[in-house]
Write a protein that binds this ligand. Structure first.
Ligand code: GLP
Length: 240
């Protein structure tokens, strides 16, 4: 596991370069994408690089990590809406090749097909991850089996409270989600994780130095051969 500590601007720019390099080497690369506020600057940098002609997304395929159960893709807090709004609407990507789990309708059968769809597309070349304050990655909450594939899960109270800042009221936060599993994430060839702020310090400690345990889902990444953790000083503060 490689660790890079720097300002949010710096680490976001470095992650954007990681993505650009993967796409340069493989124009039809498969990208694993994440939501949350952590990757926003990375996406802004990728939009700029696309505008400047430094990268093209026209042949890439994307798979997102997760979605809230109960939200339509048109709901402003759905992850489909987030991805369109913060990345896909601003780059030369073919929207038909952007995959986000469904949160409504026959979302269960789509969820069951998801790992197979990723495999059929050739597997994820680079996966970006954020991290929850309780150490969750995607929506794999503490206690999720390490061998999990894409599944439906209840959200912990901690995650509901953390994510309520993006909703008008905590009562509007969905209590369930569909998410790629820990095994689905570990199947990616290359993983980059971004963490900023003091409220991520405990999770970042567990990620880098903690015991590998299902109680700290991110700790499984210690077993992956190509992970880079990008964090700011605050998120890194308990590690040193
Ligand atoms: C949600 C998402 C995660 C994300 C986490 C942290 O729970 N499912 O993928 O990593 O929030 O979000 P933020 O980056 O806003 O702190």
């Amino acid at each position: 596991m490689k660790v890079v500590v720097g300002s949010e601007e710096k680490i976001s720019a470095l992650i954007a370069e990681d993505f650009i390099n993967v796409i340069k080497n493989k124009p039809n690369a498969v990208l694993g994408l994440a939501t949350g506020t952590s990757p926003l600057k990375v996406y802004a940098d990728l939009i700029e690089a696309n505008r400047e002609g430094r990268v093209s997304f026209k042949d890439v395929t994307t798979f997102n990590l997760d979605e809230y159960v109960g939200l339509e893709g048109t709901h402003p807090q759905s992850y489909r809406y987030f991805m369109n709004d913060n990345l896909f609407n601003h780059i030369d990507i073919d929207k038909k090749r952007t995959n986000v789990l469904l949160g409504v309708g026959d979302y269960e059968s789509f969820m069951k097909k998801y790992d197979g769809m990723i495999e059929d597309a050739g597997g994820i070349d680079i996966q970006i991850l954020g991290i929850g304050s309780d150490g969750h990655i995607a929506f794999n909450e503490p206690g999720t089996p390490f061998d999990s594939l894409t599944h439906e899960t209840p959200l912990t109270q901690q995650t509901i409270v953390d994510n309520s800042r993006l909703f008008n009221d905590i009562s509007e936060v969905p209590t369930r989600a569909v998410t790629m599993g820990l095994k689905s994430i570990m199947n990616a060839r290359k993983i980059v994780l971004i963490a900023t702020g003091k409220n991520k310090a405990k999770a970042v400690y567990g990620l880098i130095k903690g015991e590998i345990t299902e109680d700290m889902p991110c700790s499984i990444l210690q077993r992956h051969p190509d992970v880079t953790v990008y964090c700011d000083e605050d998120a890194y503060s308990l590690v040193k």
